[in-house]
Each structure stands twice: as structure tokens, then as C-alpha cells.
Design a protein around this ligand. Structure first.
Ligand code: FES
Length: 166
């Protein structure tokens, strides 16, 4: 998304938004799924995107910003094509999450919260993703779990992702 690009939902996203609205008693209750649509449409949620959603839903912009800043699933800055959310909560930490973060960080030469210069990978840490029994784990692009990680399997995953065309 470029700085000058006008922010608005595509026709398909607008249809989806109106469909979602019908499932909730109030517009406010539909905010999370609407923000999810916005993030999919715009790639991330800059202030302009949050303002667009606030205007669309006739909600106070401050409320939208508060919700976006509360949830780690919403991105307030651009993320790479592959978002690696490493769980660093207790069970994962006890089973080596710090080593997983370190090995990704070393391999990609990025710190937590950073994106590689080619825009391919973002490394982030998140709270418990309810997969404690298969710790340590990471979530790829918010919808794919990789569990029982070792340094070797993590590096293998990164190599496999790096080889994909983007
Ligand atoms: S502590 Fe990592 S999934 Fe629960």
C-alpha cells in the first residue's frame, strides 16, 4: 500500500463487511471481523486504515485505535510476506522458545519485531497460542502452526519458505 493510495475496501470486501454486520447486534460488536477484513485488504493497519474503518462503521476513531493496539494479530506497521510469530510464553519458554527466537534472529539477521530488508520475513513474539502441549511452537502468517520445534526444524522451515516465490 503506497502512501498516496486512497484507502477504501474493494467491492468484494464491502459486500463481506455488510454480510458480517448482519450477524452482530451492533456495529461495535462487528469491529474485530471488520478490522480483519481491513488488514487483509491493506496488508496492515496504518492510522489511515483505522480511520477508514472508524468512518465506515461510524465508531469513534479512538475506540478503533484502542482495539487495534490491544490485539497482537493486528499490525500497526508493515509485515513481511512470512510472519513468524514465536510463542514465548511459559510452556514454550521452558521448552526452548528463546533458542528458537535466537536461531531465527541469527539466520535472518533481524531482531524481534523486525522485517528482513527484502520484505520476506518478519520475526515477532506472541503470547500463548494454546498449543502448550506441543511447545515450543510458532505460528506462520497467523493461520499455520509449526510445533515441537527444534533449531534444525526451524531452520528447515525458513529455508523452505525462503525458496518460495513471492
Ligand atoms: S505457552 Fe506457547 S503455546 Fe502455550
Amino acid at each position: 500500500m503506497s502512501a498516496n493510495q486512497e484507502l477504501k475496501f474493494s467491492d468484494a470486501a464491502l459486500r463481506e463487511y455488510h454480510e458480517i454486520l448482519g450477524h452482530y447486534p451492533t456495529r461495535q460488536a462487528a469491529l474485530l471481523p471488520t478490522l480483519w477484513i481491513a488488514q487483509r485488504e491493506f496488508g496492515w493497519l496504518p492510522d489511515a486504515a483505522q480511520d477508514y474503518v472508524a468512518h465506515l462503521m461510524e465508531l469513534p476513531p479512538a475506540h478503533v485505535r484502542a482495539v487495534v493496539s490491544f490485539y497482537t494479530m493486528f499490525h500497526r506497521k508493515p509485515v513481511g510476506r512470512f510472519l513468524l510469530d514465536v510463542c514465548t510464553n511459559l510452556s514454550c519458554r521452558l521448552r526452548g522458545a528463546d533458542k528458537i527466537v535466537e536461531c531465527i534472529s541469527r539466520k535472518l539477521n533481524v531482531a524481534l519485531g523486525e522485517t528482513t530488508p527484502d520484505g520476506k520475513f518478519t520475526l515477532a513474539s506472541v503470547e500463548c497460542l494454546a498449543s502448550c502441549g506441543t511447545a515450543p511452537m510458532l505460528q506462520l502468517n497467523q493461520d499455520e502452526f509449526h510445533e515441537n520445534l527444534t533449531e534444525a526444524s526451524t531452520l528447515q522451515l525458513i529455508d523452505e519458505l525462503a525458496s518460495r516465490d513471492i
